[in-house]
Design a protein around this ligand. Structure first.
Ligand code: NAP
Length: 327
């Protein structure tokens, strides 16, 4: 049986790498499973202009490489593999982590698996991502100054993005599949009051099409009731139909809300299981920024460090070996 780890970090991105940086600098020798698709959502973005400290901006993948290098420099052990199974000890103690047949045991776990933008799943969406199609208005609005913009969705995010984007684009068309909106009335009213915001309902996007230069040029919509097709010339389309937290690994083991986001206690990163902490977009359905995720990664590392300090290893080891002996 391998030694019991201090910290296993699952999932990478600003939260995970920051947790790895802090726990390695605290001499905890973290073991991090960053996943095959390491780096999280920032790997799929281009310029990041809103991360403090980079006045010229930085490309998302380069930024993640730097986060990674910094964690590695202080001794974080990074594994580019996906964790396949977790068995959390409900009362704390020793948690078990599997990557295929390989098992690790650990006193603390930091969950930072992130969230995925929900996709429409229509033709052209994947091909034109970062070439006109975006999932983040605060990241990409500046690329669409004086351009024709579309926002897809009918929730608060869609309204918020439409309001924000109206300051950049010549027009912002909100495409939603129903005449009613899931968004709060105040947000819908605010969007409606803006002169260059227009609503197209009930429409769904059939497909996105490129122009001669290979970037987004048209969206083909379909009227939900009549089936009539409508072609809209557009330079930028922001898909705002919600997020999907990547919490399947811990489903049923830590407390989550009805949308699958991991619930943490107060302002801490403590989950419902002692010794298990969560950070980043796996927890946060409000701010979802690289800088806020990095901040909670730091908090998770400190919470884990304090937990290890305050939970004597002797008691854990005794309980652990008792379990092993009786197994
Ligand atoms: P959301 O409330 O789940 O809304 C998602 C929207 O996308 C819905 O209108 C839904 O349509 C639509 N949609 C989902 N899948 C679709 C598909 N495949 N094709 C077309 N449309 C699709 O998500 P959200 O707007 O991201 O908000 C998430 C949470 O954050 C909410 O609790 C929200 O209140 C909160 N939030 C608050 C603020 C704020 O207060 N300022 C800002 C942003 C977010 P249907 O309605 O037809 O299902």
């Amino acid at each position: 049986m391998s030694e019991i780890e201090n910290v296993v970090i699952i999932g990478s991105g600003p939260a995970g790498y920051t947790a790895a940086l802090y726990t390695s600098r605290a001499d905890l020798r973290p073991l991090m499973y960053e996943g095959f698709l390491w780096g999280g959502l920032l790997q799929t973005t281009t310029d990041v202009e809103n991360y403090p400290g980079f006045p010229e901006g930085i490309m998302g993948p380069e930024m993640m490489q730097r986060f990674r290098d910094q964690a590695e420099r202080f001794g974080a052990r990074l594994k580019t593999e996906d964790v396949t199974r977790l068995e959390l000890s409900p009362d704390g103690g020793v948690h078990r982590v599997w990557v295929g047949d390989e098992e690790h045991q650990t006193r603390t776990v930091i969950l930072s698996m992130g969230a995925e933008h929900k996709k429409l799943g229509v033709p052209g969406e994947e091909e034109l991502a970062n070439r006109g199609i975006s999932y983040c208005a605060t990241c990409d609005a500046a690329f669409f100054r004086e351009k024709r913009i579309m926002v897809v969705g009918g929730g608060d995010s869609a309204m918020e993005e439409a309001i924000f984007l109206s300051k950049f684009g010549t027009t912002v068309q909100v495409v939603h599949r129903r005449d009613e909106f899931r968004a709060s009335q105040i947000m819908v009213d605010r969007a409606r009051e803006i002169e260059n915001v227009e609503f197209l309902t009930p429409y769904v996007v059939e497909r996105f099409e490129p122009g001669d230069e290979g970037s987004l040029s048209r969206a083909v919509l379909k009227h939900v009731d009549t089936g009539e097709e409508k072609v809209v010339e557009v330079d930028g389309a922001f898909i705002a139909i919600g997020h999907q937290p990547q919490s399947e690994l811990v489903a049923g083991q830590v407390e989550t809300d009805e949308d699958g986001y991991v619930i943490t206690e107060g302002k801490s990163t403590r989950t419902s299981v002692p010794g298990v902490f969560a950070a980043g977009d796996l927890v946060d359905h409000t701010y979802r920024q690289a800088v806020t995720a990095a901040g909670t990664g730091c908090q998770a590392a400190l919470d884990a460090e304090w937990y290890l300090r305050d939970t004597p290893m002797e008691a854990i080891a005794e309980e652990h070996w008792a379990k092993v002996r009786s197994a």
